[in-house]
Design a binder for this molecule. Structure first.
Ligand code: SF4
Length: 370
C-alpha cells in the first residue's frame, strides 16, 4: 500500500494559530466549531474537550457579545487547543478577546467600520502576533457586489475576499488566512481555485451549510476533495448540521483517504455478501467504536472471505480473511493465527491494540535514535 500522498500542495506562507502551524508544509489542520451557548462556560469547555479528543487541531467559538467575550476568557483558561474567536462587526469584542488570549480572530476587516477601528484591531493583532481569518460567505456578500454580479458567483466571492485582503495589506499586515465558502459545491470550488492564484496566504476550506450528517459529508468530501486533490487547502472545516465531533471525524477521514494525514486505524473492509464467513458489518461497526482512542496510524483489513481476503489482508498491518472453520489473521503480510467466530471482535481488538502498541514503540525507538 502507498503511504505517501501523490498530491503536490500549493505553496503557501505559514501562519501560527496558537502552537498549530497552518500553511507551508504543515499538516492540513482539522477544525470544528462549538455549537453550545458560549456564555455557558462548562458546556462549551466540555464540547471543546470532546472535539480535541476526536482530533480537532483548532476550535472556533462564536463570540457575539461582550458577555460572551468574558466567557471566552474563562473558556480559554480551561482548554489547551488553539481557539479562534468568530466575531462579526464589533471591534471591541475583537480587542477584548485578544487580551483574553485568543489564538486567531475570524473577522472581516471591511465589516469593522471606520478606519480607526480597523486599525485598532489590526494593530492589536500585530502587537500580540494573532492571525486573522478573513471569512467570506456567499450568504453574506456585500450589497454592491450582489448588485454588480446579480447573484453570488465565484468571482464575486473572490472580489469580496480581496477587498478585505487589501485592507490588511495596506496596513502591512500579512498574518492572515482566507476562506471563500458557499453551500454550492461548484461555486466554492471555483472561488477557491481563483483565490489560490491571487494570494499566497493559507486557505481555510469549507462548504458552508453543507447539510446533515450524510448529505453534508458527501457534499464536503466532493468539494473539499476536489480542492485538496488540486493541492489547495491548508486547514479544513466540515460544516454539518450534526454533532461537531462528527465534523472532526469526517475531516480526518477525508484527509486520511487522500493520504494527506494519518491517524488511528484505517479500516479496509469489504461490503460483505453471502460468501462472508463472519458478520463483516457487525464486526466493523463494533471495532470502529472500540478502537477510536488509538492514534498511531494502522491499516486493518476486515474481509469476509477468501475471494479478496488474503490479497487485502496481506497489504495491511493487520488483516483478517474470513474462512471456515476459522478465519485467518495476517500480521505484516504473513499468516499469523486463526480466529473462530466466537469472540471474534474481542480477539481482533486485542490484536489491533497489540499491533498499535508495537508500532508506537518502534516509532519511539526511531525518534530516540535521531
Ligand atoms: S470479500 Fe468475500 S464476503 Fe466480502 S464482499 Fe467480497 S466476496 Fe463477499
Amino acid at each position: 500500500m502507498h503511504h505517501e500522498s501523490p498530491i503536490k500542495r500549493r505553496k503557501s506562507r505559514q501562519i501560527m494559530v496558537g502552537d498549530v502551524p497552518v500553511g507551508g508544509d504543515a499538516p492540513i489542520a482539522v477544525q470544528s466549531m462549538t455549537n453550545t451557548e458560549t456564555c455557558d462556560v462548562d458546556a462549551t469547555v466540555g464540547q471543546i474537550q470532546r472535539l480535541q479528543n476526536a482530533g480537532a487541531d483548532i476550535v472556533r467559538v462564536s463570540v457575539p457579545s461582550m458577555e460572551a467575550a468574558e466567557a471566552f476568557g474563562e473558556i480559554r483558561k480551561q482548554v489547551t487547543v488553539p481557539l479562534v474567536a468568530d466575531i462579526h462587526f464589533d471591534y471591541r469584542i475583537a480587542l477584548r478577546v485578544a487580551d483574553l488570549g485568543v489564538d486567531c480572530l475570524r473577522i472581516n476587516p471591511g465589516n469593522i467600520g471606520r478606519e480607526k477601528r480597523i486599525r485598532a484591531v489590526v494593530d492589536k493583532a500585530r502587537d500580540m502576533n494573532i492571525p486573522i481569518r478573513i471569512g467570506v460567505n456567499a450568504g453574506s456578500l456585500e450589497k454592491d457586489l450582489q448588485k454588480k454580479y446579480g447573484e453570488p458567483t465565484p468571482a464575486a466571492l473572490v472580489e469580496s475576499a480581496l477587498r478585505h485582503v487589501s485592507i490588511l495589506q495596506d496596513l502591512n499586515f500579512d498574518n492572515f488566512k482566507v476562506s471563500v465558502k458557499a453551500s454550492d459545491v461548484f461555486m466554492a470550488v471555483d472561488a477557491y481555485r481563483l483565490l489560490a492564484k491571487e494570494i499566497d496566504q493559507p486557505l481555510h476550506l469549507g462548504i458552508t451549510e453543507a447539510g446533515g450528517l450524510r448529505a453534508g459529508t458527501v457534499k464536503s468530501a466532493v468539494g473539499l476533495g476536489a480542492l485538496l486533490l488540486d493541492g489547495i487547502g491548508d486547514t479544513i472545516r466540515i460544516s454539518l448540521a450534526a454533532d461537531p465531533v462528527e465534523e472532526v471525524k469526517v475531516g480526518w477521514d477525508l484527509l486520511k483517504s487522500l493520504k494527506l494525514r494519518t491517524k488511528g486505524v484505517n479500516f479496509i473492509a469489504c461490503p460483505s455478501c453471502s460468501r462472508q464467513n463472519f458478520d463483516v458489518i457487525k464486526t466493523m461497526n463494533e471495532l470502529e467504536t472500540r478502537v477510536e482512542d488509538i492514534t498511531v496510524p494502522l491499516d486493518v483489513a476486515v474481509i469476509g472471505c477468501v475471494v479478496n481476503g488474503p490479497g487485502e489482508a496481506k497489504e495491511a498491518d493487520l488483516g483478517l480473511a474470513g474462512g471456515t472453520p476459522s478465519n485467518l489473521v495476517y500480521v505484516d503480510g504473513q499468516p499469523d493465527s486463526k480466529l473462530t467466530n466466537e469472540s471474534l471482535v474481542d480477539d481482533l481488538e486485542k490484536l489491533i491494540r497489540r499491533k498499535a502498541a508495537e508500532k508506537e514503540q518502534s516509532e519511539k525507538n526511531i525518534i530516540a535514535r535521531y
